[in-house]
Design a protein around this ligand. Structure first.
Ligand code: NDP
Length: 395
């Protein structure tokens, strides 16, 4: 039995919390900490009512290393789950290093002032984590996360060499609002308004935002416009998948979402630099976040399904083969179980599974690792047991 400290009482944190409690044979003491204590209190009551289980709560500013060290020392967890924002990755990693505690997250480090994410600064902790005898598991959400495990599983079982990978992320859900984002609006809008990028024959090729579009027929959802974006899991997959020649990432967007986004961008509302307004400085995208519906409140209204998966092509025993490995998740089912919609659910369940892999010693090595570096089999089994069953088709 292991104790955990979960940081971040947002949409994804809520799902992680439910899943940790549902796996009480593995996780004993759970502490939920976030910037706002009232969110922790709300989830603490929800867990008490639904499972009759007590959890501890705490207020924390996860941008502050010494506060984090103090909280980790006080609660003494075996693993810290960082489900706050990508901005806090380095401070939480630093605090885990100082306290010799295992670390897990679902999104790679992003600096608040530069809309760019990369693993460089997190990978730089590898030697220090190794020497401290602790592990960091990076990117244990769905994408990154399950999509990386899908690639590792296909590589292990169905290919000698994978030549091309397309990661296909479809949210076929409808929340009924003209415009809202399914997870943190700032992180989401920064990601989708940035230039696209894919990797081919050893080089990154940059595209304009939404320049490359294809239509894909997503099982249980149907045909959807899918746009090429840069996504962080590609950076680690090009290091770890044998023989790879090309990797791309596509996400679906409806006409209305794109029109709203373009308009907001054109008037400067996606800006991350502070602007002067009536004598005070405001960051446009942060103000926009205040106006948009809180993703936490979308769960109840969202109907439909998500389908996220991987299409891989390559060679097996000298023959060309292609496979499509995917999960379909229903927004309303996810909401019934965890009071969160499927985008939070598909991220939170794999975060708990990653923690379970560490807690049970199935994935335990000293250093900093991306999720595809471990044996995918036990994780794939857990996906089926914990609410994210997967489907494999030969194409
Ligand atoms: P939310 O904005 O709903 O939640 C983030 C939480 O972190 C909030 O409760 C917030 O607290 C807390 N927080 C923010 N800053 C601090 C801080 N300095 N100190 C303490 N707590 C802080 O986001 P989501 O739940 O939607 O996303 C959580 C993470 O999951 C993000 O990193 C996101 O990028 C990642 N993600 C990963 C995906 C994947 O598939 N890999 C997919 C979707 C999301 P407060 O409410 O008080 O401000």
């Amino acid at each position: 039995m292991k104790d955990v400290l979960l940081i971040g009482a947002g949409g994804v944190g809520r799902v992680v919390l439910h899943k940790l409690v549902q796996n009480s044979d593995v996780f004993s003491k759970i502490t939920l900490a976030s910037r706002t204590l009232s969110s922790c209190k709300q989830y603490q009551n929800e867990i008490k009512q639904r499972y009759n289980k007590d959890i501890d709560i705490a207020q924390i500013d996860a941008d502050n290393v010494s506060e984090l060290v103090e909280l980790i020392n006080k609660t003494n967890p075996d693993i810290v789950l960082n489900i706050a924002l990508p901005y806090q990755d380095l401070t939480i990693m630093e605090a885990c290093l100082k306290t010799k505690t295992h670390y897990l997250d679902t999104a790679n480090y992003e600096h608040p002032d530069t809309a760019k994410f990369e693993y460089k600064e997190q990978w730089a902790y590898h030697e220090r984590y190794k020497e401290a005898g602790i592990m960091a598991l990076l990117g244990s959400g769905f994408d990154p996360g399950v999509t990386n495990v899908f690639c590792a599983y296909l590589q292990k079982r169905y290919f000698d060499e994978i030549h091309t990978i397309d990661i296909l992320d479809c949210n076929g859900g409808d929340h009924g609002y003209p415009f809202a984002t399914n997870f943190n609006p700032e992180i989401n809008l920064r990601e989708v308004s940035a230039n696209g990028r894919y990797w081919k024959n050893g080089e990154w090729i940059e595209t304009q935002p939404m320049e490359i579009k294809m239509v894909w027929d997503y099982p249980q959802i149907g045909e959807k416009d899918s746009y090429l974006l840069y996504h962080e899991e590609m950076e680690s997959l090009i290091k770890h998948i044998k023989g790879l020649k090309r990797i791309r990432f596509f996400m679906t967007f409806g006409e209305s979402y794109l029109t709203h986004m373009k308009c907001l961008e054109n008037v400067g509302m996606l800006g991350i630099e502070p602007v002067e307004h009536d004598g005070c400085k405001i960051v446009p995208i942060q103000f926009l976040k205040t106006l948009l519906p809180d993703p936490k409140t979308l769960g109840e209204r969202t109907k439909g399904k998500t389908n996220i998966g991987v299409v891989a092509k390559g060679l097996k025993s000298g023959k060309e083969v292609s496979y499509y490995l995917y999960n379909v998740c229903d927004h309303q089912e996810a909401y019934k179980e965890t009071s969160s919609q499927a985008v939070s659910y598909t991220t939170g369940v794999p975060a708990m599974i990653g923690a379970k892999m560490i807690a049970e010693g199935k994935w335990l090595q000293n250093g900093v690792f991306n999720i595809e570096q471990f044996d995918p089999d036990p994780f794939m089994d857990e996906l089926n047991k914990q609410g994210l069953p997967w489907h494999l088709e030969e194409l």
